[in-house]
Ligand binder design. Structure first.
Ligand SMILES: Nc1nc2c(ncn2[C@@H]2O[C@H](COP(=O)(O)OP(=O)(O)OP(=O)(O)O)[C@@H](O)[C@H]2O)c(=O)[nH]1
Ligand SMILES: [Mg+2]
Length: 454
């Protein structure tokens, strides 16, 4: 009896060996590849595997047949046999034929980082849109690996890399997958239209939207909860948040802004996933400003910031007004005051110099050190968000000809009328409106002299 229980547990937990590749002779390459492999171990554990070993190879170029060298691949087989492993996870993307060759040589299931991430996403997706997006990414991944990926695609039984769409789809042919992709795209495009409408309503409501972005597990949801007294799901694991959520923040000066929680970024984020999540990631593209959250307790802050920057660029959001929030200050040990004469006075006090140098030039006034858990530093951040919200609006004096009186409605709908007078030459209005809604009013800005008095 005991043995049966032990066996069924054994079946649930797959034993994984990890394999990484450091390409090139640059000294930082190996370091980065090792950190990436550590992260892969975390991802594998999140997916439910037990990591039993990790192997790294340094090469000038990847091997077309096995990615790593054949000798190293044989080493992997020996390790898998000795450790009774069920699964090998590669940190780099594999082609369909590499997967087939490796499975044949090693004799167990081989997957790559992309499939692992897709698997975690599949188990986390909650909303219909989230589920469809994950499946679209999975189907596109399968389609691109169809050549040569015989064993993995037709493998029966579950486990990592096979969750998400049902087993029958795994065995279907290219045409079937293509049909499914077409269906998923259509369904997503309908949902995307709905999302766009909601977003438009939000924008027309004259409320500033701020997208909260950052590496996965940086504390985005926790910070939003702290700021908005909300109860978004948070967890000490990667990809706790998949579906964007919007929370309202009433600032100390009663101005209201909306904070949008988004899916966390990660190194080597599968491009199928970025494409498939296009519609939810548009929340970042269309936001008025960005709140970038950085986890100071992570040993690899610089690389994580680079990943976030690259994705923001891709989403055309890198140029938006941005506040940089260094989070989890409660885990920092006390930092001595810097003695460097070049020290930037505006960098948040208490921020270690090796982190302060990561703030882009001239932006240290927009950087903050906080703890989303203890609330330390939150007041200064709130003030900065208020400042941002004020700057998001333009206040102007207009003179609107009576023939264009309809514009008053436009102002009332998208902004605020502060003062109104009826003059001989038109309606004199003092108003505040979001920059994004200002352009139709541009022609009516009142010049310094009051025209009717001439
Ligand atoms: N010590 C400490 N832990 C924090 C702080 N902020 C967040 N955390 C913890 O960090 C973990 C991740 O927090 P989340 O808010 O889920 O992170 P996230 O950025 O939303 O992550 P994803 O949704 O997975 O991308 C949780 O265990 C939080 O409790 C902080 O200021 N200090
Ligand atoms: Mg989250």
């Amino acid at each position: 009896m005991v043995e049966i229980v032990a066996q069924s547990n054994r079946e649930q937990v797959e034993r994984a060996v990890l394999a990484g590749l450091a390409i090139g002779s640059d000294p930082t390459v190996l370091d980065q590849a090792e950190r990436s492999l550590t992260e892969l171990a975390e991802l594998a554990r999140t997916a439910g595997a037990e990591v039993v070993a990790g192997l790294m190879q340094r090469r000038q170029i990847p091997d077309p047949a096995y990615l790593i060298g054949r000798g190293k691949a044989e080493e992997l087989r020996t390790a898998c046999e000795a450790l009774d492993a069920d699964l090998v996870v590669f940190d780099e993307e594999l082609t369909g034929s590499q997967i087939r060759n490796l499975e044949k040589l090693i004799g167990c299931k081989v997957i790559d980082r992309t499939l692992l991430i897709l698997d975690i996403f599949a188990s986390r997706a909650q909303s219909r849109e989230g589920k469809l997006q994950v499946e679209l990414a999975q189907q596109q991944y399968r389609l691109s690996r169809l050549v040569g990926m015989g064993q993995s695609l037709s493998r029966l039984g579950g486990g990592i890399g096979t969750r998400g769409p049902g087993e029958s789809k795994l065995e279907s042919d290219r045409r079937h997958i293509n049909r499914r992709i077409t269906y998923l795209k259509r369904a997503l495009s309908d949902l995307g239209e709905h999302r766009q409408r909601t977003r438009k309503q939000r924008q027309e409501n004259d409320v500033m939207t701020i997208a909260v972005v950052g590496y996965t597990n940086a504390g985005k949801s926790t910070l939003i909860n702290k700021l908005c007294s909300s109860d978004l799901f948070t967890m000490d694991q990667v990809f706790a948040t998949l579906d964007p959520a919007v929370r309202r923040l009433i600032l100390p000066d009663r101005i209201e802004v909306l904070l949008i929680d988004t899916v966390g970024f990660i190194r080597k984020l599968p491009h199928h996933l970025v494409d498939a999540f296009h519609s939810t990631l548009e929340e970042v593209t269309s936001a008025d400003a960005i709140l970038q959250i950085i986890d100071v307790s992570d040993p690899d802050v610089a690389a994580q910031m680079a990943v976030v920057e690259a994705l923001l660029l891709r989403l055309q959001a890198a140029g938006k007004p941005r506040l940089i929030v260094f989070n989890k200050m409660d885990v920092l040990t006390a930092v001595p005051a810097p003695i460097d004469p070049d020290w930037d006075d505006f960098a948040p006090s208490g921020l270690p110099p090796d982190l302060a140098v990561l703030i882009p030039a001239g932006q240290s006034r927009q950087a903050f050190l906080v703890s989303a858990v203890t609330g330390e530093g939150i007041d200064a951040l709130l003030d900065a968000i208020s400042e941002l919200a004020r700057h998001n609006q333009i206040q102007a004096d207009l003179i609107i000809p009576y023939a264009s009186a309809g514009l008053l409605d436009y102002i009332r709908r998208h902004g605020r009328v502060i003062k109104l007078d009826y003059w001989a030459t038109g309606i004199a209005v003092t108003m505040a409106i979001k920059y994004s809604h200002f352009s139709p009013l541009r022609h009516f800005v009142r010049l310094a002299e009051k025209p009717e008095k001439r």
